[in-house]
Design a protein around this ligand. Structure first.
Ligand code: SF4
Length: 367
């Protein structure tokens, strides 16, 4: 009879329990705070309205401490405190205030750093409104040549809570009700599951209760993400960071173009626009003597017109480049060149806006 030696059994048991622990940790880390609370309540056989009470406390009453949720029985509060020590996944490190923007540096519980920027448009007028640029990753793996975050390398994908708590922070502190843009650190569709979980929390009527139309996602062209957005959140606004209408030049500026070439991304955007009938924003960062020529403007127009009957859905956002980063060698286009580029788009009846630049003085502007 063959009997495996004791050492063999012991090693197998160790490997199995380690794998089990890793899977358990992975599953737990991927649960949002609300999902964790729901699990605890289910285990305690609490009635369904308890979860609604807790969501109401967190998202409407700005309570981030179970101890202060006095409409819950004391015994339940104690149990929740014991199981979940931190309702917030971010700690504020520093804040820098500019004329129309506030840059906030947060630290996650595992010590990764991320930034969010709150901007105020048309302050002191009846058209005043606010927007937050949030991060989906700490650092970024994609290394676009003009981007400060790209030069930092990649630290980690943020969890759903780490994404949504950026907005919760401003909501609790400043009563923030403005729009949300996934345009901070990272490429949202490289962290797809957490970002789609976050979209669910943002639009959940019992949580943030946002209209999807007040949420903007900007991508460098991760095609599976564009497809998933069209299927799951067709009302969320989509922006594509184009920055060059020429495939080869785009690959040099943005290495991700080698994986998702321009023609394939445009095809995916075309399908997105056909399906959703929503506008597609093309972000175009103007870099001096790199992509600001009239040839570029003409190629951009051709690209949009090649979309035929749905070309009217494409809207160009011209963005001024700003960089205080010594590792980045690009310069800003002159105002004359910007004007010339914009004038050409007008002559070709292509819709565009020139994006207001905020946060230059605090190193929080695009670039
Ligand atoms: Fe990453 Fe976006 Fe910067 Fe490119 S532009 S490196 S995708 S953060």
């Amino acid at each position: 009879e063959f009997r495996p030696p004791y050492k063999f059994w012991a090693k197998s048991v160790r490997i199995f329990s380690k794998a089990h622990r890793n899977i358990k940790n992975f599953m737990e880390n991927n649960l949002t705070k609300i999902e964790k609370i729901a699990q605890i309540l289910a285990k305690l056989k609490e009635p369904p309205f308890r979860l609604r009470q807790i969501k109401h406390a967190i998202y409407q009453k700005k309570i981030t401490d179970f101890g202060q949720m006095i409409n819950l029985p004391a015994s339940l509060r104690e149990k929740l405190i014991k199981e979940i020590s931190n309702l917030l996944s971010l700690t504020l490190l520093t804040q820098t205030t500019g004329s129309q923007s506030v840059k906030t540096l947060f630290e996650t519980l595992d010590k990764a750093k991320i930034e969010s920027v709150k901007m105020t448009f048309n302050p002191h007028t009846h058209e005043a409104h606010e927007s937050i640029c949030i991060s989906s990753q700490s650092g970024c793996p994609l290394g676009c040549k003009f981007c400060s975050t790209g030069t930092m390398g990649f630290q980690k994908n943020l969890s759903c809570d780490e994404i949504t708590d950026q907005v919760l922070f401003f909501r609790n502190r400043d009563n923030f009700q403005g729009s949300i843009s996934f345009m901070g650190m990272g490429e949202p569709f490289m962290n797809m599951d957490a970002v789609f979980q976050a979209l669910q929390v943002f639009t959940d009527k019992e949580a943030f209760g946002y209209s999807p139309r007040k949420i903007n996602i900007s991508t460098v062209g991760i095609i599976p993400g564009i497809k998933r957005l069209a299927a799951e959140f067709p009302q969320v606004n989509l922006a594509f960071s184009l920055h060059s209408p020429f495939n080869d030049q785009r690959s040099k500026l943005m290495p991700v173009n080698k994986t998702y070439p321009l023609s394939q991304v445009i095809e995916a955007l075309d399908k997105y626009a056909q399906k959703t009938k929503r506008r597609v924003f093309l972000a175009y960062l103007l870099l001096k003597d790199i992509n600001d020529s009239l040839d570029h403007a003409q190629a951009l127009v051709n690209l949009i017109k090649s979309q035929g009957s749905i070309s009217y859905l494409y809207h160009v956002n011209l963005i001024n480049f700003h960089s205080g980063d010594k590792n980045i060698s690009f310069d800003q286009t002159s105002p004359e060149k910007l004007k010339e580029f914009a004038k050409f788009l007008t002559s070709q009846k292509v819709e565009y806006s020139i994006r207001q630049s905020f946060g230059i003085e605090i190193g929080a502007a695009c670039g």
